[in-house]
Design a protein around this ligand. Structure first.
Ligand code: NAD
Length: 318
């Protein structure tokens, strides 16, 4: 599938994630057909889309003409099957419940052309379980985005055991052409890559605060003014590669033993997430964030992350 062929994408479910996909695909020039069983959710998604386009115009990230092109590519359907008609690719973003996703996938399988790719945004379910017993499992795939997908472009891809190789390839190509960064997993693992890495970091961050080594603000400063800045450009291994003049091998030879010492010193147990622990972190975060509301912080975060993504595109990795 080439961009010039003007792919049609259908979105099933336009809540928090589905509405972000709306931005991704319509911005990339795809005809974007949307369906949600709750009409109010569609209205909410359209209002959100308008606000997010206007915000991007104000921030100089897109022109009014580009925003208008986006709006014109969105088609709202009241009928599930009509919404799937002519789609090259369907992105399901319904509720995170196995029985609901199984029902939606069975219906998508019955109601779409056999060439159409059926992808799920699931953040934790096994795509093999979602598509169990489905005739068209060979065209089903997991495409798990980060939130929101139009801001954080990475998408974790996991084919089912029956998925045709060509479907995986077409999915990766289509998402890449839509400006996303698809990454392929070889097998199912709870939490996939992102949530597992995040959990490993959060385990230690919480322990450091719980044990009184430092406060919430200090731990977050180490992330946002240190580790995170470099990770955003290079990733974990990429940063290790730059931490010694001779690259990652030299770095591991030199510091491997120190890492083993730190790793052995980490608390092997997960944090309790007890009410007391949550309260302690909650107070720390309130003190750090001051008067700003979560909504204000999210808007600022998304605006700056989008600028970083643009900057990386303009000044790419050598
Ligand atoms: P959400 O509750 O905001 O949206 C779900 C939408 O699905 C709702 O608008 C609902 O009306 C609609 N829906 C329910 N049944 C439907 C049906 N039969 N047909 C069509 N639409 C239907 O949830 P969300 O946060 O957008 O999550 C959607 C999916 O994305 C979940 O699988 C979730 O795990 C995954 N995900 C969420 C995040 C996140 O941070 N929110 C991140 C990555 C992936």
């Amino acid at each position: 599938m080439k961009r010039s062929e003007k792919n049609t994408v259908s979105l099933v479910g336009v809540g928090v994630i589905g509405r972000g996909w709306m931005r991704v695909f319509s911005s990339a020039g795809y005809r974007t057909q949307i369906y949600d069983e709750n009409r109010l959710q569609v209205q909410g998604a359209m209002a959100w889309l308008e606000e997010s386009l206007l915000q991007d115009i104000r921030d100089g990230l897109i022109s009014p003409k580009e925003a208008e092109k986006c709006r014109k590519l969105i088609y709202v359907y009241d009928d599930f099957h009509q919404a799937l008609a002519g789609a090259d690719y369907v992105q399901e973003s319904g509720p995170e419940r196995l029985d609901l996703k199984q029902a939606i996938f069975a219906e998508m399988d019955r109601g779409s052309d056999s060439r159409t790719i059926l992808a799920s945004s699931t953040s934790g379910l096994d795509i093999n379980a979602i598509t169990k017993g489905i005739k068209g499992a060979n065209r089903c795939i997991m495409a798990h985005p980060f939130n929101p997908p139009h801001v954080a472009p990475v998408v974790e891809i996991l084919p089912t055991a029956k998925t045709a190789h060509s479907v995986t390839e077409r999915t990766m190509n289509l998402l890449a052409e839509a400006g996303q960064k698809p990454v392929l997993l070889n097998c199912f693992i709870p939490g996939f890559l992102g949530n597992r890495i995040q959990a490993a970091v959060m385990r230690e961050a919480i322990h450091l605060v719980e044990k009184g080594v430092a406060g919430v603000e200090a731990v977050d400063a180490v992330m946002s003014h240190g580790l995170g800045l470099r990770w955003a450009l290079l990733g974990a291994f990429g940063v290790n590669n730059t931490n010694a003049d001779g690259g990652v091998r030299e770095y591991y030879h030199r510091y491997g033993e120190a890492y083993i010492g730190w790793l052995n010193d980490l608390d092997p147990n997960p944090p309790s997430f007890s009410p007391e622990m949550i309260e302690m972190i909650g107070r720390g975060v309130e003190h750090m964030e001051g008067e700003a509301t979560v909504q204000e912080i999210c808007t600022w975060r998304d605006r700056l992350v989008r600028k970083i993504v643009h900057l990386k595109e303009k000044d790419p990795h050598p």
